[in-house]
Design a protein around this ligand. Sequence first.
Ligand code: SF4
Ligand code: SF4
Length: 415
Amino acid sequence: MSRAPDIHALRELLRSCVECGLCLPTCATWAATGNEVLSPRGRLVLMHELLAGDPGPDAGALESFDRCLGCRACETACPSGVPFSLFEYGKDLAARARREGTLTVTRSPAPGWLLRRLDRPVVLRGLKALAPLAALAPRPLARMARSLPAAPERDRDLLALLDGLTGSRTGDVQPAAKAGSAAIGIDFFAGCANAGLLPASSRRLIDLLQRSGCTVRIPAGQACCGALAAHTGRPGDRARRHGQNRRAFGQGETARWIVVEAAGCGVELKEQYDFGPGEVLDATEALARLTLPPLRPVPLRVAYHAACHLEHGQKVTDPPRALLRAIADLELVEPEEAALCCGSGGVWSLEHPDLAAEIGRRKARALLETGAQLIVTTNPGCLGQIKGALAELGADLPILPLTDLVWYAGLGPDL
Ligand code: SF4
Ligand code: SF4
């Protein structure tokens, strides 16, 4: 929430909760603890206290909002339309209290100064370079290193991985099943986590967009979307990032797409920016609108992990699944409790390492139970969190950006 909250409007919104509890089973913090105070319904009760404002926010209420992942699964589940924006007010207060040191929190494996710099690709690249040493570090640091998002950097390594899973690259390519949009100009939003940790996957996505007829440019001077500054209670830094990106992407005169890979960045760009005639699209939305290069069959059982910021934050549900269904011989499966967050939540997993690890293991077990040979997702945070949880369980199940798999299918049998 970048503007001052309208307390009267928030009180009105609070009235829409009928306390039915239908949101509880979709809340990861409630599922992991069974504690009503850590459920959406419990948080709405606490919101009454926060909005009373006198004698000031109660420490228990702040802690409950601090522990809210911001996944918005409760918003999707709620039949009364109670919006997540109610919780943003509580989360903003908690983030400020955390930064000012008035909220006692679990010790994070990453110091505050580092958390605040994770929106810089150069810092993320440094962490990635140090990750192999983390095996020797204390457990929380080692867990953090295991949870850094990763995908094969060299195309040949990605091909070897997927060829190994499928057996070989054979089969007749399928001509594009539909006539998609005409070729369009795309401004690519690089995103700090993708730029720092998954640059090869970004390059492959751009290749796929170009081979689908688009002209892609990466505007210079772009910055983090601002979500990290919001999560860490720094509204001034968030506003500065917004200003930087507005200058980099401009308002433009012509219709174009601003394509973003990370679901978390996508929410921030869609809700907090106005790019004039430019339309912000998640990468899967863009690809699903285009006529892709002919795809060849990929005989794999693939589990799709729906990132909360795409599924609940942006309400983008069909495009990623449609892309996977467009690949012949691919069996798409989804885990039990699919609506539950994986426990990433941007830097939330670093601020709440023990709860995040527990939620992550629950998600990893559900994904393993699908019998999938590969997991795909659309958010770097989810990718890293699930990768780390699988490693903790000793499971050797690969996880990749969904667009890496589509890129592989679009290569054709002879490449
Ligand atoms: S589902 Fe909606 S109405 Fe029911 S308890 Fe949750 S927030 Fe309230
Ligand atoms: S946003 Fe997520 S973690 Fe927070 S109350 Fe809703 S379901 Fe629970």
